[in-house]
Design a protein around this ligand. Structure first.
Ligand code: CP
Length: 334
């Protein structure tokens, strides 16, 4: 009997411990080992990312490094211009102790005729674990995910999606209001060409917000009913209805001509001024950047208290640290 206890109890405790750790592990993992679009994330996934971002934000001090990505190689593969996304992913990866390599299409062998796939295979041959990709073609991150064993994070593909932007936007609102559910959020501007709008609508609705859109008819997508979003015609009504307004720039690089009579006319009907937001003291204004002041926003708004543009940028680093840290838990599990 004593022998039974000596063998059974330690073995049983070990099995319990292993299962406990296994459950802990599945509990922290996100639903998918990549992040291509906002639909890859469940409601729980988003809050796991927010919790992790909270941890990094509250434990942050200048110069402090975390070990989450030690021994992991992160490639920043940017085939389109970026300031915020590229720099914040780079900073996030470095704060997590990753080795970071950076690819810029201009000056690369793409200019000598190398294909996208060959470029990616070349980067992968350097033992890269995580690819962060921005590309003008919608669907390029999916193409990459299908052709690599690494983890792919979409940093913006054409008019399709920009999921980490949506996460940092909702995280900013979550920290501002303490909740997202039932917030009334209006996205104003060029919805048709905006990957930010697509990802944001999905994330905000997953978290239970009410989302409205306000835009000239020519800049609204045809498949609007898929989102079941409220359409608001005038800025007066937007200000009255909304807790939050998210303003987008005109995406001229993706725009066909003839969609707008002139930017002056657009600005007159859809540009936000100090007068608009001072009508409602609690109204919060966001913009994913880059901002074209004088068109969608009056320059005087850049330093208005409830304008969260710089907070969004700051939170972007912590959200990207959280996404990298959670996805990196999949490395070595194939
Ligand atoms: N919001 C955003 O994607 O900005 P960048 O183009 O500067 O990365």
């Amino acid at each position: 009997m004593n022998g039974f206890f000596f063998i059974f109890v330690p073995v049983f405790t070990l099995v319990l411990k292993i299962n406990f750790h296994k459950n802990m592990l599945t509990d922290v993992l996100l639903s998918n080992p990549y992040l291509i679009q906002a639909d890859d994330l469940t409601h729980d996934d988003i809050y796991k990312i927010f919790d992790k971002a909270d941890f990094f934000l509250s434990n942050f001090s200048l110069g402090k490094k975390f070990d989450d990505l030690k021994g992991i190689v992160v490639a920043l593969a940017f085939f389109e211009p970026s300031t915020r996304t590229k720099l914040s992913f780079e900073l996030a990866a470095k704060r997590l102790s990753a080795d970071v390599i950076s690819f810029q299409s201009s000056g690369s062998s793409l200019t000598k005729g190398e294909s996208l796939l060959d470029t990616l295979k070349t980067i992968e041959a350097m033992d890269v674990n995580i690819f962060i990709i921005r590309h003008a073609f919608s669907g390029s991150p999916v193409f990459l995910q299908e052709n690599t064993n690494g983890i792919v994070i979409n940093a913006g593909d054409g008019k399709h999606e920009h999921p980490t932007q949506a996460l940092l936007d909702s995280y900013t609102l979550y920290r501002q209001f303490g909740k997202i559910k039932d917030l009334k959020i209006t996205i104003i501007g060029d919805i048709l060409h905006s990957r930010v709008a697509r990802s944001n609508i999905t994330v905000m609705k997953t978290l239970g917000a009410e989302v409205a859109l306000c835009s000239p008819g020519t800049l609204l997508p045809r498949h609007l009913n898929v989102w079941n979003a409220k359409i608001i015609e005038s800025l007066d009504e937007v200000i009255e209805w909304s807790d939050v307004i998210m303003v987008l720039r005109l995406q001229r690089e993706r725009m066909d001509s003839g969609l707008l009579p002139s930017t002056r006319e657009y600005s007159k009907y859809y540009g936000i001024t100090l007068e608009h937001i001072s009508r409602k003291p609690n109204l919060v204004l966001m913009h994913p950047g880059p901002v074209n002041y004088g068109i969608e926003l009056d320059y005087k708004l850049s330093s208005y208290p409830n304008v969260l543009i710089q907070t969004q940028v700051r939170h972007g680093v912590f959200i990207r640290m959280a996404v990298l840290s959670l996805l990196a838990m999949n490395i070595g599990k194939a």
